[in-house]
Each structure stands twice: as structure tokens, then as C-alpha cells.
Design a protein around this ligand. Sequence first.
Ligand code: CP
Length: 335
Amino acid sequence: MIKFQGNHILSVSQFDRESIAKILDVAAQMMPYASRQKRCHVLDGAILNNLFFEPSTRTRVSFGCAFNLLGGFVRETVGEENSSLSKGESLYDTAQVISGYSDIIAMRHPQMHSVAKFAEGSTVPVINGGDGANEHPTQALLDLFTIRSEMSRFEKGIDNLDVVLMGDLKHGRTVHSLSKLLSLYNNVKVTMVAPDALQMPDNVISTLENAGHKVVLTDKIAGNLACDVIYQTRIQQERFASKEEANLYRGHFSLNKQVYEQYCKDHTVIMHPLPRDSRPEANELDVDLNDLDNLAIFRQAQNGVLVRMALFALALGVEDKLTDYEKPITWATNK
Ligand code: CP
């Protein structure tokens, strides 16, 4: 198992199965705090600096809520234009300064490998919240948590999973990280549904194939969705040269109730890292699926809080002290 305390979390390549099991188990222990049955103040006085140099809703807010739920304080910088990076300051200098103000840092940045570069200058643990089209390790961990939890309803696990990854697999960092994590499990079949120009990078495909898994590449939905989990993704317009180029691929892999009923199994669970592009020309995951029990997208987003709480607890070495720092909830809550 890897050493978590004091270390950065930059890539899923850091993890083995034992380390992932530890993260998911600590995440499950966070349930009473995230669902407001109890409070936990084990990180009372600690400071998270949340640096988001690229747009985000879920990752940024759930990192902040996760830290608050463990009793810590959160400081945020949103947008490069609001930081001295826009005056030419280097990632290294920024890291030296911000880590002096913090106990831990979460960061998103549009350039690949930028978070690792930043971490070289940091004196405290740095967690990668997404670095360009490269990786999104915390999303992949919450995706695995979700797969484990959703599949348990059907007495299935991550081993022997039959999963479809669909959409913009070239630029989608979440599917890169998730595929690498899935490669650590046994007998996984991954069907990659994407236009040729947006297929999964070769290095991700070989990671799965070299681990002995079956990989199917296709540009067709018909006949390819009878699986355990469909993981739909958005056309990542921000990674294309122009909106017009991104438009060429929008709307080709829309998933709606009719497609689901025609091609999926009764137990097929739908996941999506979100945001989903609900504009009519894209409509990649139709709102007519919203009442489907197997639509897991919002449960998946909620699981992000649990997994990020677990990563903070492990990186700051408090995962065994949670119950010593519990308090009752004093307000009325609908959780
Ligand atoms: N899944 C995800 O990364 O969402 P945000 O871009 O809203 O953080």
C-alpha cells in the first residue's frame, strides 16, 4: 500500500488495489458526517487552499465542502486572472508561497502535468483536481466508489465488469484516469464508443490490454450498450481549436430513454462525470432519463464529497481519529 500521509495525489498511476480499497473504505466511513448524522472536527484549524484555474462546479465545491465537513477552513482562488500567475509568476513560486499558508492544496489547471509541476514547489500535499486533458484522479476514485456501490445492488463488483465509455474519449481526462484504475482489477471488458478522431489515447488502451482486459473500439451505439455500466462523457469543447470543430461531434452519441430501452440491459447503470451538455444540439444524456433508478449521475456527484474527505484524512494522517472528534448535529437537516 502507498504511503498517503504527507504525499501528493497527482495521478492514478500512484495507486495499487490495496491503496484504492483503503481510500474507498475510509470514504464509506465518512457517510455519517456527509449525511449530517454527526459532525467531525478532526481537521479543526487546518487550512485547505483550493486553487481552480479552470472552470469547475463539482470538484471545487466538493473539495471545499469535504474539508469543511472535517472541521477545516477553506480559502479559494478561482480563475488565473485573479492570481499573480497572470502577472507572469511561475507555478513553482506560487506553490512556495501558497503552501506556506496552507496544510494542503487542491488544484485544477488547464495545462497537462501543470499540477505535478506546481507540486514540485509545494511544501504541503497537493491533490490534482484535473490537469488539462491529462488526468482527474479524484474523479476516477469517486467513479470507482460509485461503480462498487451501484453494482452491489446487483451482487456484482468491479472485477468482471462490462463497461462502456462513450463520447469524447480523447480529451476526457476522467475516462483516462478511470481506465487506468480499472486496469488494476480482474477480467474487465471496456467498450469505447467514440468517433475515430475522439477515440481513447493509445497509451490508455495499452494499459488495459497489457493487463489482460478486453478492449473493443467502435463508433456505433447499436449493439454495443448491453453492459453493466455506461459512462457517458461530454464533448470537451474547451480542448478543441474552435467551437465549430467541437460542433462536428456534438449529438452523435446522445443517450435517451428510447436508446436505453432498445440497447441496454435491465441493470445497466448510467454514469457521467458531469457537467452534462443539455443544449439541444448536444443533449448527450437526455432529461427523459432523470426518473430512471439506474441513472447514477447525481449519486456519483455526491460520492465526490466522501472520497475527497477520505483523501484529506489520509493525506493529513487523521483517518484513524475520526470517531474521537465527533459532535452532535445541532440544526434541523433534510439530509
Ligand atoms: N466532474 C467534474 O470535474 O465536474 P466539474 O468540472 O464541475 O468540477
